[in-house]
Design a protein around this ligand. Sequence first.
Ligand code: 0R9
Length: 690
Amino acid sequence: MPKSLKKPAKSGPRPQDLFDLPEPAPRRPVGKARDVRRAASPAEAGYTAKHIEVLEGLEPVRRRPGMYIGGTDEKALHHLFAEVIDNAMDEALAGHATWIEVVMEADGFVTVTDNGRGIPVDPHPKFPKKSALEVIMCTLHAGGKFDSEVYETSGGLHGVGVSVVNALSERLEVEVARGQTLYAQAFERGKPKGPVKQIGRAPNRRGTKVRFRPDPQIFGAAHARFKPQRIFKMSRSKAYLFGGVEIRWSCAPELLAGVDGVPVEETFHFPGGLSDYLNASIHGTTLVHPDIFAGRSEKKGHGSCEWAVAWVADADGFMSSYCNTIPTADGGTHESGLRTALTRALKDHAERMGQGKRAAPITTDDVMIGAAAMLSVFIREPEFQGQTKDRLATAEAARIVEQAVRDPFDHWLAGNPAQANKLLDWVIDRADERVRRRQEKEIARKAIGRKLKLPGKLTDCTNTAQEGAELFIVEGDSAGGSAKHARNRTSQAVLPLRGKILNVASAGRDKLAQNQQLADLVQALGCGTGAHYREDDLRYGRVIIMTDADVDGAHIASLLITFFYRQMPRLIDGGHLYLAVPPLFKLTHGGKSVYARDDAHKDELLKKEFHHNAKVEISRFKGLGEMMANQLKETTMDPKTRTLLRVVLLADDREDTADSVERLMGTKAEARFAFIQEHAEFASEELLDV
Ligand code: 0R9
């Protein structure tokens, strides 16, 4: 097992605008991803050219390139480079190469060199005239034949295969330094320009060099050029992914005119692997906690993984993941494993700290929303899903990652309670925020739904929350007009009722169902009636009956109270029903005006305020509609100056109340007459300054 498998991977950034993350290498669209977990190296196992499996020629690739590299656009073009550097990375991951060199030349060629064993060049047994190298380069799906003789399990060593790169390159040159000898072979559009030749000696040197230029016939003259920025990031990410390799980068200066952040030369080596990568990615952001949580694990025969996670306080998180150094931009099973491990460990930590109840609503989303996470797994025979094959589907990967991460995260949390508690508090805040947002959304959704069903006569307030909102039920359009002008449009709604209100205590079911006035009222309130009444759906915290301060007004008010009592008793129980107290008189003298609600109040004010001065001007309001808007506001509607009567049902008086309503408002006129004779005095009122 090569030590390389312990090495870190890096990730393709998701919200990459916020972080300076390297660009993910394109995923190979076709063919199995490479298997880097070798039981024994091919050389150790006696690899020779006879192990090369020959399946097809290269013609299909040039005819339908999209089938092999997913198209002919810029992304597909860069697949060619990914294939070549991944082949070199395999050699490094297998422990045979320590460096890889990437050179971008001014004429559009890219050269990738490794110091591995060199591609085998001995003749192929099936094609004795051809070298193994040529078969690899010119035969679709030719690669190591990973039978039991050579490998523990089968699995493609390479992605689409270097033959696809060869087929789609205008020219491709290979040099192999192997067995002290330097070999070379050149190809054009996938066809050899001659056999592999010995071109010199290569003492103390070994490795493979692949130099190629994409074919403009395939990619179009304007698009056949690699982008330095993209190749640079792809190359750098490999060094982050595998701390055991050094990547040497160089680029012709001509290609870098107007390109930001790409040097002419640089060497990448990150022994810290993913930690180094994450540190660089989150540079400049504020962390919830000081230390990155990072680690790696390898279980013999079970795949390996490496991770680095930090929680950022001032930006969204991201998850960048790789499988066998291939970016998995759409996530997959390995990411699920990490999410589960982090969430379960954090919730268990909360339990241990006696915070289980607070932490109960935490979901994986709450944990991950601020997590900047890098994850790299190495598994045998990975399976990818999705149109672009960017999602890891191997179920085992979830288990591998969850088991690998769980214990170390438990220790990380237990080892530094101060930072663990900071993180826990922060995640709990995210959960609370999420719950609050969901509730607000739900309220807004309901409000919109109800708004659509509101009666046309209603002049609604702008506040959508029940608390603080008031509905004034007024008698007639003219009072409605005054109320509309006098109201506070944010919190006060006005519903004018025209004509006589139905007496629900004496009307039959049918009449009730057909009554438009009451239907409008029910609609405006939104809370339903009878058994369907729902307090939460009531749109106004206060429902205020505002009728004229005369007998007719009192009659209308009593009809409305009867309606509420019969159809929405819980609205009354909830303390939502009120009577406005508009004035009946205005008393003016010497620049001073006061309002009296009835005769008794008028007499009281005459005595108290004007000492029975005979010159006091007394004017009587005929109705609310007659009042100026500012008068109505001041006397009856403005919470700062008005008086409201709350309608209450006394708890120990329920039967009496039912009885009284039936007698007063019911169908039997005699009962009403008798009741009036019995009760000379009115029932007590509860006066509230609200
Ligand atoms: C510059 C890019 N590098 C490569 O493309 C590259 C391929 C490659 C390789 C082997 C070693 N280095 C390589 N670099 C290799 C060698 C041996 C066994 N397996 C792999 C060996 O010496 O026994 N190969 C990739 C495919 C093949 N070799 C093979 F199919 F020809 F075996």
